[in-house]
Design a protein. Structure first.
Length: 278
């Protein structure tokens, strides 16, 4: 039996990338998954892939910034699957990031729309999930944060602020509902090469970002999904209120690392460390 046999999950932003990988990971371990995304046709395609692998899933088109739509989402999940045990808040207003600039250049509409989806939407989903989890004797929530929420940047002001706030929202939820056997953690990915990101980053930028990682490859959506599945499972039942980075070590080193200012192995060890890895 899989770790999620008999459990029902809601995954938002689940039509592609990390969200889709999370939905597939849960379904492959026996969970029944509500695939929720603003792109309804892509959500249907995801459920079709789950069904092809003998999993159980339901697609719903939804804007998570809409409180009534979120309520309807969870009512449908309860009606179809008998409740909600697991929640992955992955939906994010990524389409706004090209306009998400430095503070003095930032269009306030971008700030408001980013907060509406990334933060308000996450809150709305948590508010709907928590009573249903309490009714089932507990549950697990993972909120998809970002390394942008842990360090400053020259742009992405709204996105970074929303993810930093999500970290504290996760800690607050864990504190307030731990007594009800509800665990909540945030996951902070670094450079994860989704199809959407691959289309945006040229090879020069990819090379630049990889220089700041400690591991010699970029991350994959499946890497994040494996961490999310662990945090949702009983294997992580005593882990709550944490922000877990999955960034290949991008935030773990001294700032001079990528410029050769950090200590490096000498001699044969240096050549071995620099050799390509499969």
């Amino acid at each position: 039996m899989g770790r999620f046999e008999g459990k029902a999950a809601v995954v938002t932003g689940a039509c592609a990338g990390i969200g889709k990988a999370c939905a597939l990971a849960i379904a492959r371990e026996g969970g029944r998954v509500v695939v929720a995304d603003i792109d309804g046709s892509a959500a249907i395609a995801c459920t079709a892939q789950i069904a092809a692998e003998a999993g159980h899933a339901l697609a719903l088109a939804i804007d998570i910034a809409d409180a009534q739509a979120v309520a309807a989402l969870f009512e449908t999940a309860e009606r179809q699957f008998g409740g909600v045990d697991l929640l992955v808040n992955n939906a994010s207003a990524m389409h706004l990031t090209p306009r998400d600039r430095a503070i003095l250049d930032l269009d306030l509409a971008v700030w408001d729309q980013t907060m509406a989806t990334n933060l308000r939407g996450t809150l709305l989903c948590c508010r709907q999930a928590i009573p249903r989890m309490i009714a089932h004797g507990g549950g697990a929530i993972v909120n998809m944060s970002s390394c942008h929420g842990l360090s400053g940047d020259t742009a992405a002001t709204s996105y970074a602020a929303s993810k930093a706030a999500m970290n504290m929202l996760s800690a607050s939820l864990a504190t307030q509902y731990g007594h009800a056997q509800i665990g909540c953690n945030a996951v902070a990915p670094g450079l994860i090469m989704t199809e959407r990101l691959l289309a945006k980053l040229d090879e020069c930028m990819q090379t630049y970002l990889r220089r700041h990682q400690l591991l010699p490859r970029v991350g994959r959506p499946e890497d994040v999904a494996a961490l999310v599945a662990f945090l949702l499972s009983d294997d992580a039942a005593f882990i709550t209120g944490q922000v877990v980075c999955i960034d290949g070590g991008m935030l773990a080193h001294v700032p001079t690392y990528a410029d050769g200012g950090a200590a490096r192995p000498a001699g044969d060890a240096a050549e071995a460390a620099a050799a390509p890895r499969r």
